[in-house]
Design a protein around this ligand. Sequence first.
Ligand code: RTP
Ligand code: MG
Length: 135
Amino acid sequence: MAIERTLSIIKPDAVKKNVIGEIITRFERAGLKVVEGKLVTLSREDAEGFYAEHKERGFFNDLVSFMTSGPVFVQVLEGEEAIAKNRQIMGATNPKEAAAGTLRHDYADSIDANAVHGSDSSTSAAREIAYFFGG
Ligand code: RTP
Ligand code: MG
């Protein structure tokens, strides 16, 4: 099994709920290690650049407004199959469809305020890690 790195963001809704620690504990218990991390408030430019792949989608403006609505905790997780493992721990994008025991099932309020972000491929992980932590 390959050791990978992936980008994880604890989104403004979860930071407001004061569950950064609980969320990181879920990752640690699954064997993922935090190897970089910082609390930041994204500018609109930061959020637009990060989610550039979605810029033609109807939800783009709401997504950017939400991601800039308060601080986020940006981190790099490392471990075996980290990219897929992180997505599994997160659960489905829409918390109504997220399996019991996943982060979005347990902490997310809506498809917009859905607690966490995780890179969806090795290409995305490389781009997103460089975006926040340099190449
Ligand atoms: P993320 O990028 O935040 O980890 O989420 P994801 O891969 O599960 O979902 P993605 O398709 O990349 O969408 C990014 C974020 O946009 C919001 N979204 N809203 N209203 C909608 O139909 C809709 N679809 C997506 C979600 O907040 C999602 O996390
Ligand atoms: Mg995505």
